[in-house]
Design a binder for this molecule. Structure first.
Ligand code: NAD
Length: 289
């Protein structure tokens, strides 16, 4: 049976490294700081923001939390972002998505100073990633790369065929760029792909980022493949409760994969760790330490 990739353990190792980096910077008089902005009162976003702030503080990063009402105007939000852009004591800025419908997410993302864009969504960071230049990389795909390297080693991705299922700006597209950067041959499968299962069966590495519970079954996976499941789907159980499952049918796929991430406990924990690592990186770049 497959290696079960322990994302919690890998994330804890990364968080410990980040904590040491933060301690080192603080000794040099730099206190890395992350500003998190939440507009409205979406309960899922509220949990995400609370987690990010708590984790930041746990590794010694200063956090600033801005909770703005749902009827905040786009202009007022942009003003808040500009103020944080100009505040040299703040190194990372994150605006929690989704935003209320009257605010353009694209405008807000482009308003964040690229060197403070710890989500890596600004077009300058997207462009740098695409060019293979140094940049702030989106946290979830960066976490997937780290998990792959725990299985394959630093150079082990070279020449492998990677299939990414999903082409979102926050996961699928940056994932494909990172795999290409690691010398994989990359295929991106999406909702309009013809015979997605046949394409996936050619994958040495498969990354699923779709948002459809257990869509990827045994007939989508080549025996011996490494399977990274980004999906987080809440489903009802027969007992009338809910639980989280991924995009991959874990019980069906695990017996034939070489290695596979569980949900929960796989990619999920890597995302916040990546965010905090990006905050430290941003602080180093801005202060020259
Ligand atoms: P999205 O809805 O923006 O994109 C989904 C993608 O899947 C689209 O590009 C679409 O083309 C593709 N798709 C839809 N149906 C398909 C089909 N039948 N066959 C092939 N492709 C299909 O979603 P997203 O933001 O990229 O997130 C994807 C999943 O990952 C969600 O479950 C989300 O909750 C999860 N997620 C997890 C983390 C984490 O920290 N682990 C972070 C971000 C997203």
């Amino acid at each position: 049976s497959a290696i079960r990739i322990d994302g919690k353990a890998v994330a804890d190792t990364l968080l410990a490294e980040v904590g040491q980096d933060v301690a080192g910077l603080r000794q040099q008089g730099v206190h890395p700081a992350l500003a998190v902005i939440l507009v409205g009162d979406d309960p899922a976003s509220d949990v995400y923001v609370r987690n990010k702030v708590q984790r930041a503080e746990a590794v010694g990063i200063r956090s600033l939390e801005y909770r703005l009402p749902a009827n905040t105007s786009e202009a007022a939000l942009l003003e808040r972002v500009q103020a944080l852009n100009g505040d040299a004591s703040v190194h990372g800025i994150l605006v929690q998505m989704p935003l209320p419908a009257h605010i353009s997410e694209a405008s807000v993302i482009q308003a964040i100073a690229p060197h403070k864009d710890v989500d890596g969504f600004h077009r300058e960071n997207v462009g740098s990633l695409s060019l293979g230049q140094e940049s702030l990389v989106p946290c979830t795909p960066a976490g997937c790369m780290r998990l792959l390297r725990t299985v394959l080693g630093e150079d082990g991705l070279k020449g492998l065929h990677a299939v990414v299922v999903g082409r979102s700006n926050i996961v699928g597209k940056p994932m494909a760029a990172l795999l290409l950067q690691a010398d994989c041959s990359v295929t991106v499968v999406h909702s309009r792909s013809r015979d997605a299962a046949a394409l996936c069966r050619q994958a040495d590495i498969m990354v699923a980022a779709v948002g459809r519970p257990a869509m990827i079954g045994a007939d989508w996976v080549k025996p011996g493949a490494i399977v990274i499941d980004v999906g987080i789907n809440r489903i009802a159980t027969p007992e009338g409760k809910t639980r989280l499952i991924g995009d991959v049918d874990y019980p069906a796929v695990a017996p034939l994969a070489h290695a596979i991430t569980p949900v929960p406990g796989g990619v999920g924990p890597m995302t916040i760790a990546g965010l905090l690592a990006n905050t430290v990186k941003a602080a180093r770049q801005q202060t020259g330490h």
